[in-house]
Write a protein that binds this ligand. Structure first.
Ligand SMILES: [Mg+2]
Length: 252
């Protein structure tokens, strides 16, 4: 569920380097929009939705080789920064994971003062081709003939090469990543996407593979929702693969 504290988090992450125009636009939560687009905006999740983990061998992020690599990189990074052993760093990782609800970048910044961008650069220093089956998604996305944004909890250092790899590089300016404090599953993360692209939530459709992060928060602010690759009564629609998306969109 969306936690109350998510709405109250300070947006101090925008003081960090690597700020993009999209990040800055996402700050426009004043409600003062010059106009609101009446067309539909699809808000697509990235990892596990636009591609399957481990070349399609699993859809479970935590069990994926990809996650294990990120975690291993994260522990090496913590070990180096804190001058501790890898085994000790793993314990630190688990503690932070527990305390910060899986948000390691926020935890190590708060506890040790380590810049989250340094962490992301080290932990997500991975090549898409080692984890993702090659696919050209551009014709598929273009055929939907609707506005598209991508909202991910992953950092830009990973998400941008993934978009390039899936031939979706032209959507980098509609890419909202997980560097700020406000991330999925906060409903505010979805609200910021709407506001910055000037769409009302009722004209947005969230599409993703996780009920807790892609469906519940979007639903809580009035968006339509489509769960991909699994089924849940929480979502307006559940589809077994992305290929079914055009069919379902006709019903919304
Ligand atoms: Mg996902």
């Amino acid at each position: 569920m969306v936690k109350e504290k998510d709405f109250n988090m300070e947006r101090n992450s925008f003081q960090y380097e690597n700020r993009t125009i999209v990040d800055a636009l996402a700050l426009n939560t004043s409600g003062i929009s010059l106009s609101t687009n009446m067309n539909k905006l699809l808000i697509l999740d990235l990892d596990g939705t636009l591609y399957d983990f481990d070349n399609g061998k699993t859809n479970n992020f935590k069990k994926s080789r990809f996650y294990q690599e990120v975690k291993s990189n994260a522990c090496k990074f913590i070990a180096k920064k804190r001058s501790i052993s890898f085994t000790e760093a793993k314990k630190v990782y688990e503690r932070i994971f527990e305390e910060f609800n899986g948000e390691i970048s926020i935890g190590i910044e708060k506890i040790f003062g380590i810049n989250r961008y340094d962490y992301f650069k080290a932990a997500f220093n991975l090549k898409p081709q080692d984890f993702i089956a090659k696919k050209d998604l551009l014709p598929f996305i273009k055929k939907l003939k609707t506005s598209v944004a991508i909202l991910t909890s992953a950092p830009r250092v990973w998400a941008e090469p993934v978009l390039d790899y899936l031939n979706l590089g032209e959507y980098k300016n509609k890419l909202f990543t997980g560097e700020p404090d406000i991330r999925k599953p906060s409903a505010l993360a979805f609200k910021q996407v709407c506001d910055s692209l000037r769409f009302s939530p009722i004209n947005c459709i969230s599409i993703g593979d996780q009920v807790e992060t892609d469906i519940l928060p979007a639903k809580s602010i009035g968006m339509k929702t489509i769960l991909v690759k699994k089924s849940s009564p929480e979502a307006d629609f559940s589809i077994s693969s992305l290929e079914e998306l055009p069919k379902v969109l006709k019903l919304i």
